[in-house]
Design a protein around this ligand. Structure first.
Ligand code: GRF
Length: 219
């Protein structure tokens, strides 16, 4: 499966996807990395892996709709049939989301639907939750909403601050995102009535629902 990755910055999740795609038995290939910001680390990571990159600046477009339309055209021209958002920090227009419906996923550093938007780790600490984590979901027009494909749980420790929590969650993001993409590329995922159904799901590597060794569902 040919995949485009949209980024805005550091690109550590992009790197996890690049590393996964390099293994012979991984059924996806990244054909384009598109950034809305110049000179970000994610672009360097893509170039180091010989993946074509493009940067589109929102300043060159009249509005979000025309920017997103240009982005969508570039993705299509690259041959990509699926899009991963990996730290892409712009809201997407309804048209873009409609065009790529069920072919567009995002990773978010909380257990959605809790803690949407920015400063998610502060939100989790403020709420006093004992567990948080990360979520891979299909994208819908509303921010951080959409059918949930995979989640990983991370405990909140007594001494955690936003940085320490972010670091531990990021480790799980780097496992969860390639796993989610693999399931999709294996054609084992479908969305029905806004729920994600995974065919023959036997919780591969235990990471799909919980990396901490808790029981994992088999169906
Ligand atoms: C990650 O925490 C991701 O969940 C969120 O933005 C951050 C991006 O980090 N959407 P990176 O650019 O992948 O390192």
């Amino acid at each position: 499966m040919k995949v485009a990755v949209l980024i805005s910055g550091r690109g550590s999740n992009l790197q996890a996807l690049i590393d996964a795609c390099e293994s012979d038995d991984f059924p996806a290939e990244i054909v384009l990395v598109l950034s809305n910001k110049d000179n970000v680390q994610g672009l360097e990571r893509a170039e180091a892996a010989d993946i074509p990159t493009m940067t589109l600046s929102p300043k060159d477009y009249d509005d979000r709709a025309s920017f997103d339309c240009a982005m969508s055209d570039l993705v299509t021209q690259s041959g990509a049939e699926f899009i991963c958002l990996a730290g892409y920090m712009r809201l997407l227009s309804d048209d873009f989301v409609r065009t790529w419906r069920d072919k567009l996923i995002n990773i978010h550093p909380s257990l959605l639907p809790s803690f949407k938007g920015l400063h998610v780790h502060e939100q989790a600490l403020d709420a006093g939750v004992r567990f948080t984590g990360c979520t891979v979901h299909f994208v819908r027009p509303a921010m951080d909403e959409g059918p949930i494909l995979a989640q990983a749980v991370v405990p909140v420790l007594p001494d955690d601050n936003a940085d320490s929590l972010a670091e531990r969650i990021l480790e799980q993001e780097h496992k969860l995102y390639p796993l989610a993409l693999k399931l999709i590329a294996q054609n084992r995922v479908r969305v029905a009535a806004e729920r994600v159904i995974i065919d023959d799901h036997c919780a591969p590597e235990g990471a799909l629902s919980n990396p901490q060794g808790f029981p994992t569902p088999t169906k």
